[in-house]
Write a protein that binds this ligand. Sequence first.
Ligand SMILES: *Cc1c(COP(=O)(O)O)cnc(C)c1O
Length: 229
Amino acid sequence: MDLPATSDERLDDVLADIARYAKRNDRDPADIALMAVSKPKLAEDIRPVLAAGHRLFGENKVQEAAEKWPDLRAAYPDVTLALIGPLQSNKARQAIQVFDRIDSVDREKIARALARVMQEEACQIPILVQVNTGEAAQKAGVAPMEAAAFIAFCREECGLDVQGLQCIPPADDHPAPHFALLGKIAARNDLSILSMGMSADYDAAIAMGSTIVRVGTAIFGARTLAPKQ
Ligand SMILES: *Cc1c(COP(=O)(O)O)cnc(C)c1O
């Protein structure tokens, strides 16, 4: 199957898919946001997607986003940019300066660091908690059993505005049970945002209640920036 040649055409295809999958599951497509994951791409590759009117983007590294996004934001001030990759506490200040939401909060140390720099910078941005639904298979994310306590810690001890959950199922697992688990944890903790589903599985994620799908490759094609070791 050939993908369309340009990222703005692929964006249209993904939006059409989301509308189709929503309808199939009796959901309103307006309840499902498309986050374009621009991490493997340079600013010049991102511009056509911005020019096509898209405004919600995700990046997984603070430093890369800090290099690319200030110029893009100057041209498109209404962009929303989320950090979806792991955060180190020494990058917390830069992260809240570059991003509009931190979607990968998974440790007390990070929650504390974010709370401290938000207070110092007098800015409050929302967060999502990342849950490691696959437990042993990956390191990032709080364990499902500990999610409720961690969410309460973020809210009560740190005063963070927790709006939802993010998960990344292990690549070799069937994703649906992971999405179902994330939905359960969100419902139990009164959280409305469910960031789940990527290029390969956003249909399954939409069936399980996803409110944000994070799509990189299906919009931008293969990586341009080499992954850093
Ligand atoms: C890269 C990445 C994505 C996008 O993955 P694709 O398979 O390219 O759509 C989504 N979420 C996170 C956290 C990522 O790091």
